[in-house]
Design a protein around this ligand. Structure first.
Ligand SMILES: *[C@@H]1O[C@H](CO)[C@@H](O)[C@H](O)[C@H]1NC(C)=O
Ligand SMILES: *[C@@H]1O[C@H](CO)[C@@H](O)[C@H](O)[C@H]1NC(C)=O
Ligand SMILES: *[C@@H]1O[C@H](CO)[C@@H](O)[C@H](O)[C@H]1NC(C)=O
Ligand SMILES: *[C@@H]1O[C@H](CO)[C@@H](O)[C@H](O)[C@H]1NC(C)=O
Ligand SMILES: *[C@@H]1O[C@H](CO)[C@@H](O)[C@H](O)[C@H]1NC(C)=O
Ligand SMILES: *[C@@H]1O[C@H](CO)[C@@H](O)[C@H](O)[C@H]1NC(C)=O
Length: 703
């Protein structure tokens, strides 16, 4: 089968499988839609680039400038030659395997790239990176043509929606991380290592059931796979460095699994008995270490492991890639004191010196997760793409995310607290002061059409927690004031008519304290909200038109936090998030209560110490969508840009607490989901000014 036919076969099977599933799914009240926010995610625009490991620093962009492309791998020539579906060409060719997020979920692609070196005559090429112009050097290589093959994902017949990560090729098998299997326990990561035979599609799990593995690396012979893993103990709630150990097992079937290093992550093999890895040491610096061991009779002798520190203190060095062809150096990412940028550097392990650095090529950009070619002549990494004619930005105001439920469309909004108008035609959302401004310049309240068009500023003040009145057209409720603030902070609930061009808002709360998360009753008469006025955040109900001066009563009372309330469309229930079982613990469970204060029930908790936040009822009131740490952390946080917390996925359950389903799979922080009253057709929309800001924060704890 050549690659064209394979590609057509995959596209065809995608269409067939989604169509055939449609009629059988009658769940979640028929065709339905959910919008949610992802902290910082819309502004990544990553592509994979490479630099030579010696000679002039001519940087090449290897991926096609579409969507978000990351975590690359250069497969060996011998592995690639075994793939039946690649064309046989004589041009100089680079093969690149990587993760791409085109089509709304992560997939693994293989690009066959034919590069034509281009010597410019004295003129220098200018790239824009992070809005600063920088010179790239006088010699540039251009990518002249490419063939693209989907290896795993995009709705192939054997694919399920999942996060996929860290792919590499061993013979005809693709080894990678996937999150498609539910371990059946709350606060447990779903990440496991899989091996897919690319010619016949057979997939086998290499990670034992009930265990989460991260960051797989293949030994040069392909016999061994090393991973970062919690083993049996499971995720401990870590949000900076994961408390993992390094395990090694047989790539063929996951057997002979042994722990080789206590405390470490991101393994990379120099040869079949030498591993590099990173660890955050006692002095808080991230450093690269080396572990050497003996293999006897085809088994690793764990008693022979010798571990030593490789990179010096005084800077952070992490995510190592060991060179197989040239044992002298490794590639690492660094954060150096005084520099706000993450760079990829080569480190000579014999002379103990840093040599090549992306600082010379693009000083003012973050560079992530280096990987080396099999012959060690080039180092790859991902970073934000510059503005070149053939590379488009990925600043989407609305992005369709591939949904695991065929009758449900899922939308990521570039802003927080989205909520749909009762007719489903519009979305209100906010920009928080801590988010990069992709298009608008001020934090505030915004409204757009539900296809992402017609963005309008409604209020240029710090606002959060939006909801639409069910009866009065165009009336939106929101909280105005600082978010994540204490009980006594000044936050008020307002209502505003978004159809009045000179919209002036009405303040509904007057009792002081932190008043937030308004949710109106379906008859348009009342608004439930949380208030810190008593010294504790509890729930209150007030008159929708005249606010608390028109009538106010307390719904819950106790020395704990009840918050993030949502009134069901049938009027019967108010769902909310509460730490009442363990006040002050930062652990929130999902509760519901009748508006008259009776019938309090705990709907669900995410294990002990876990979190369920931002519940929202389905239009028929039978389901609740929420965000939770139920699926733990899906990738080593240090390998990603900063997220306030490196977990948070969107889930749905029945309102009686049964039948949990995971909707989003990624290593980002998803939040604030809202159910639409009507089905919205999948669509994506770019920011109107087509901006390419690619602004985000690198891990703060690396400062
Ligand atoms: C690919 O090229 C090699 C070397 O030129 C040749 O031996 C081989 O038969 C070719 N394979 C195919 C499938 O054409
Ligand atoms: C995936 O996205 C690409 C580029 O955006 C598009 O050309 C292709 O048709 C999509 N494939 C599927 C299966 O939707
Ligand atoms: C796919 O190929 C592998 C390796 O040849 C083999 O072990 C496996 O049984 C095959 N699976 C199917 C379904 O043919
Ligand atoms: C809105 O305010 C502007 C400036 O104050 C005023 O000129 C305009 O007439 C107002 N429009 C409406 C519809 O009230
Ligand atoms: C409270 O509301 C629920 C649901 O509407 C209702 O079934 C119940 O009878 C009410 N209880 C009281 C005491 O009014
Ligand atoms: C919740 O509702 C579903 C569907 O009606 C039912 O099958 C299940 O047993 C219920 N679970 C509980 C805990 O009541």
């Amino acid at each position: 089968m050549n690659y064209q036919t394979l590609f057509h076969f995959l596209i065809f099977s995608f269409i067939v499988s989604s169509v055939s599933l449609l009629p059988v799914m009658a769940d979640y009240g028929g065709a339905t839609s959910i919008a949610f926010a992802t902290w910082l995610r819309s502004s990544y625009s990553f592509d994979i680039y490479s630099l030579p490991t010696s000679g002039p620093l001519s940087e090449v962009r290897l991926t096609d400038g579409v969507s978000v492309n990351l975590n690359g791998h250069f497969p060996s020539t011998s592995s690639v030659s075994m793939l039946p579906f690649l064309p046989n060409r004589s041009l100089p060719t680079t093969h690149l395997i990587y993760i791409t997020e085109r089509n709304g979920s992560s997939s693994v692609y293989l690009d066959e790239i034919h590069e034509t070196p281009l010597l410019s005559s004295g003129s220098e090429s200018i790239h824009r990176v992070n809005t600063e112009s920088i010179r790239v050097g006088s010699r540039v290589a251009t990518v002249s043509s490419r063939s693209q093959v989907l290896l795993v994902g995009d709705g192939q017949s054997n694919d399920r929606v999942s996060m996929k990560d860290r792919p590499s090729l061993v013979g005809e098998n693709l080894i990678y991380v996937s999150t498609h299997e539910d371990p059946g326990k709350p606060r447990e990561s779903w990440t496991a290592i899989y091996s897919t035979h690319l010619a016949n599609g057979t997939t086998r799990r290499l990670t034992p059931k009930g265990v989460a593995d991260y960051s797989p690396a293949e030994s040069p012979s392909g016999v061994w796979t090393a991973v970062a893993s919690y083993g049996e103990k499971g995720w401990q709630g870590d949000i900076e460095e994961l408390g993992t150990d390094i395990y090694v097992f047989s790539t063929r079937d996951g057997s002979n699994r042994v722990k080789v290093v206590k405390h470490g992550g991101w393994p990379s093999w120099a040869d079949d008995s030498t591993l590099y890895f990173h660890r955050r040491g006692e002095n808080r610096w991230w450093s690269v270490y080396r572990a050497s061991f003996n293999i006897r009779d085809g088994e690793i002798d764990v008693n022979s492991v010798v571990t030593e520190r490789v990179t010096p203190p005084g800077l952070h060095a992490f995510t190592p890639a060991a060179s197989v062809a040239n044992k002298r150096f490794i590639a690492v990412a660094t954060r150096r004191p005084g520099s706000p940028y993450r760079h990829v550097e080569l480190y000579d392990v014999v002379s103990n010196k840093f040599t090549i650095s992306t600082r010379s090529a693009t000083p003012n950009a973050h560079h992530y997760n280096p990987f080396l070619s099999p012959d060690s002549t080039r180092v790859g990494y991902h970073k934000c793409r510059g503005t070149t004619n053939d590379a488009k930005g990925n600043d989407l105001i609305l992005e369709t995310i591939r949904s695991p439920i065929p009758t449900m469309s899922l939308f990521r909004v570039d802003g927080s607290f989205p909520s749909y108008s009762p007719d489903g035609s519009r979305i209100a959302y906010v920009k928080l002061p801590t988010e990069p401004m992709a298009y608008v310049d001020s934090p505030g309240l915004y409204v757009m059409n539900s296809d992402g068009s017609g963005v309008r500023t409604i209020l240029s003040r710090i606002t959060f927690g939006t909801a639409w009145d069910w009866k009065r057209k165009g009336v939106v409720y929101a909280s105005v004031g600082p978010i994540f603030a204490g009980e006594s902070s000044h936050v008020d609930i307002i209502s505003i008519d978004v159809d009045n061009v000179n919209a002036s808002y009405k303040t509904l709360t007057h009792g002081g304290g932190n008043n937030a998360f308004p949710s109106p009753s379906p008859d348009g008469k009342w608004v439930v909200f949380r208030s810190g006025r008593s010294g504790y955040k509890n729930l209150y109900i007030m008159d929708a038109l005249n606010g608390e001066r028109g009538g106010l009563r307390r719904l819950t009372e106790g020395p704990w936090t009840d918050t993030m309330c949502n009134w069901s469309p049938d009027g019967e229930w108010i769902a909310f998030s509460s730490d009442r079982e363990n006040p002050g613990s930062d652990s929130y469970a999902l509760f519901k209560i009748h508006p008259n204060g009776t019938g309090l029930q705990k709907v669900m908790e995410s294990g002990s110490g876990g979190r369920i936040n931002h519940p929202w009822f389905s239009p028929d009131g039978k389901y609740i969508v929420f965000v939770s740490d139920y699926a733990g952390v899906s990738a080593e946080p240090v390998s990603n840009p900063f997220h306030y917390q490196p977990y948070g996925d969107v889930f749905v359950i029945r309102a009686n607490g049964s039948g949990i389903r995971r909707l989003t799979h990624n290593s980002y922080e998803d939040g604030t989901p809202a159910w639409s009253p009507k089905y919205a057709r999948p669509t994506s929309a770019e920011w109107p000014n087509n901006g390419l800001r690619c602004s985000f924060v690198d891990c703060r704890w690396l400062n």
